[in-house]
Design a protein around this ligand. Sequence first.
Ligand code: ADP
Ligand code: MG
Length: 278
Amino acid sequence: MPIDVSATSATRDGAMQDPIIVFDRVDVTLGGQRIYDTLSFEVRRGEFLCILGPSGCGKSTSLRVMGGLLPISGGQVSVAGRPPSEAWQEIAFVFQSPRLVSWRNALDNILLAPELRFGKAGREERQGRRERAMDLLAMVGLAADAHKYPSALSGGERQRVAIARALAVDPQIIFMDEPFSALDPNTRQRMRAEIEQIWQRTGKTVVFVTHDIDEALQLADRIVLFSGKPTTVLETVAVDTPRPRRADHAVLAAHRDHLVGLFRAMASTPVDEPAAVS
Ligand SMILES: Nc1ncnc2c1ncn2[C@@H]1O[C@H](COP(=O)(O)OP(=O)(O)O)[C@@H](O)[C@H]1O
Ligand SMILES: [Mg+2]
């Protein structure tokens, strides 16, 4: 029977357009300071979305809002069709620091995630969770390191455990907050390639925060560029260069020049003055 390719790709495109997270004119005030100015953007189901912006513009804050950890003072946010406070089962976090429990080995650190979220496993479920955790350790290249404690793992290996732990609760969405910025440049580069492969294999929606233009260009389907405070979306850049991407690709170089220009313009804009008057 002939395969209807057009229907398949239409369905896939349709899925990619389907927003799984919506920020609609969101205001956030912290410590009396207005952080967001009616911030609006969407994350599409299954995409790798990078949030890029200067330090202090509210990138981490946006993940806290999406994770239901921070109330907003205006606008609306929906995550998987629900308010963030009701969507916690759909999400998992990977932070800059791996936040592993030092007295549990790699495997038991991963098993902690389903234990905390779904409760202790019954006898028959225990084996399934272990097998799944071992599969995830293999996916992040640590099949032989399951019984190592965090102190015996390198920085990159610890971060791999943190990624496996996030996947262990099978979330629809993974939030990553500058997860590789504490790693050495070689490890960072390797981890970027790995997270891209993991994303492709698992089909998760990834929201990845970074202040590194090249990191965003390597990883993102779309880049949402945040302005300085009070923060709005300065620009959304779709990056459709085939993967895996070479940093010297001409289209990426053009995007880079453009983004570097926008960063420079932000840096030279005095605070408390509008970025542009038209
Ligand atoms: N608990 C808090 N109280 C007051 N201000 C805060 C708090 N958390 C963050 N901020 C401020 O909110 C702004 C955005 O912070 P953050 O989201 O961490 O920025 P980014 O991740 O983009 O570097 C910063 O100016 C920061 O100082
Ligand atoms: Mg941050």
